[in-house]
Design a protein around this ligand. Structure first.
Ligand code: BG6
Length: 484
């Protein structure tokens, strides 16, 4: 369905996020007919570019991202312009505001802050003083929203001074991934799972987000963040919330976000007293990725004294009636063996086996939600191995791979989320209190790590992380899921 006519201003318009994700995403929405004529996309940065020079850059970015230079590319590029603005100087702002205000009839206004958090406050202030924060304006901010709960609160205060919470869209692009939204459908549009979705029937949950990439060209950000802030505070905790939340009464944004918030607040604290037992952090050393030798983190950084973690595994528990005693094992890392993101819900063992040793073991049922690649859902069940030779048990997956089932390209997370912003639907965005509650759980873990003299454990690039991450789960008599 087409969305309303809009003016979208992308601050950081020449940056990596804009060129690699946002503009190709918008192009695909345009090809699908969701963007109506009269909409405009303005790249904004300090660079002295004109519309044509920027269009040329966007055109190249579209080609690089595989969208190609099809017949409609030129048409899309005509929606695009460029304005030179500096968030910390006044020049150009009056003209920019005047231009937006002169548009009749007035389109939806979206300001996407694809810039570092250091500029959030200045940009919001400029938008406010130029009267661009009205009821039809929406502001989109990217993580990192702060580096701890205090700095997140400061950023949220400053943005809140200019914009109403209803108009602030905090992006966590994991919530835009197709399988994550599918989790809502799976849990709440099927009668089958919900009665089993609790500590009585679920043994444990695993959430893995493994990447083969290293820190890439982002040393200045990444080395001050690390995997806990970069991935766990946002993406992994959001996934955990989607798995663990109570059924919201409706899909209304606040109904969903209220339930997620309760989960975050029910997470059992990890602090100096138990961090050593419940968390593992690692940093990659030289190894191989996709068959090619790659340097270690310290070599990429050009320093060997960084204690920044590129890998985290931890055991979280949610202290509430539904989940008491069910561990949620989370792990994420750079330069791991494979790129794979998945949620594994492992059910309890049958209470008693009627089969003898010759049948083989009865293993747990598992529901595996694969976020990427090969998005889909698998339910592992025990069956009898076909054939006349006695009753031998075998675990097989009921398999629904989306690409095979639907045969269509799944939209990328940003495509869906950008259209939701224009529609004014914040269900898949984080509310202020969620972001801060997530930080409040992360803060004591960071404090415990900072107080710890031990550096992160080293792991070989291309492996599955430090051995201690395997030990973390095996100590409990469980193993990380491997496809079988
Ligand atoms: C980003 C992190 O939020 O998510 C990156 O900052 C990470 O470090 C990326 O690589 C992973 O996203 P995706 O969609 O490729 O899994």
């Amino acid at each position: 369905l087409p969305v309303d006519r809009f003016d979208l201003a992308i601050f950081g318009g020449t940056g990596d996020l804009a060129l690699r994700k946002l503009l190709p995403g918008l192009f695909r929405r345009f090809l699908d007919g969701q963007i109506v004529p009269g909409s405009r996309i303005l790249g904004i940065a300090r660079d002295a570019l004109d519309d044509d020079a920027y269009r040329a850059r966007v055109g190249e970015a579209l080609e690089r991202s595989g969208c190609g230079a099809g017949p409609r590319t030129a048409e899309f590029l005509q929606l695009i312009g460029f304005r030179t603005l500096d968030a910390t100087a006044d020049q150009g702002w009056d003209a920019f505001a005047g231009e937006l205000k002169a548009r009749e009839p007035r389109p939806v206004r979206v300001f996407y802050l694809a810039v570092g958090p250091a500029l959030f406050v200045d940009i919001c202030e400029k938008l406010r003083t130029h009267g661009l924060n009205g009821d039809d304006a929406r502001i989109v901010i990217e993580k990192p929203i702060g580096k701890d709960s205090a700095s997140a609160a400061r950023i949220n205060d400053a943005i809140g001074a200019g914009f109403d919470e209803r108009h602030i869209f905090r992006i966590d692009h994991y919530l835009g991934k197709e399988t994550v939204q599918n989790l809502l459908a799976l849990r709440f549009a099927n009668a089958l799972f919900e009665p089993l979705w609790n500590a009585a029937h679920i043994d444990h949950v695993q959430i893995t987000v493994a990447e083969t990439l290293g820190m890439e060209q982002r040393a200045s950000y990444y080395d001050t963040a690390g995997a806990l802030r970069d991935m766990v505070q946002n993406h992994l905790l959001q996934l955990l919330c989607m798995v663990a939340m109570e059924p919201p009464a409706t899909l209304n944004a606040d109904a969903v976000r209220d339930e997620k918030l309760k989960v975050l607040r029910a997470l059992r604290p990890i602090d100096a007293g138990n961090a050593a037992a419940l968390t593992v952090r690692g940093q990659y050393r030289a190894g191989a990725a996709a068959g090619k030798a790659v340097p270690g983190y310290a070599e990429e950084l050009g320093r060997s004294d960084s204690r920044t973690e590129t890998f985290v595994a931890l055991k979280a528990e949610i202290g509430n009636w539904r989940w008491g005693g069910v561990p949620f094992y989370l792990r994420t890392g750079k330069r791991l063996a494979e790129r794979v993101s998945e949620i594994v819900v492992s059910f309890r063992q049958v209470p008693h086996s009627i089969f003898d040793a010759a049948s083989g073991p009865v293993t747990r049922n598992k529901l595996v939600l694969r976020l990427q690649p090969d998005e889909g859902v698998k339910l592992f069940l025990m069956i009898k191995e076909p054939g006349p030779g006695g009753l031998r048990l075998k675990r097989v997956p009921l398999d629904m791979t989306f690409a095979e089932t639907f045969g269509v390209h799944q939209p990328e997370a940003y495509e869906r989320l950008l259209m939701d912003v224009v529609r004014g639907n914040p269900t898949l965005f984080m509310r202020r209190d969620e972001v801060e509650a997530a930080w409040q759980w992360i803060d004591p873990i960071l404090a415990a790590w900072n107080a710890d003299r031990e550096p992160p454990k080293s792991y070989t690039a291309g492996s599955w992380g430090p051995g201690a991450a395997v030990a973390l789960i095996e100590r409990d008599g469980r193993t990380w899921h491997e496809e079988s």
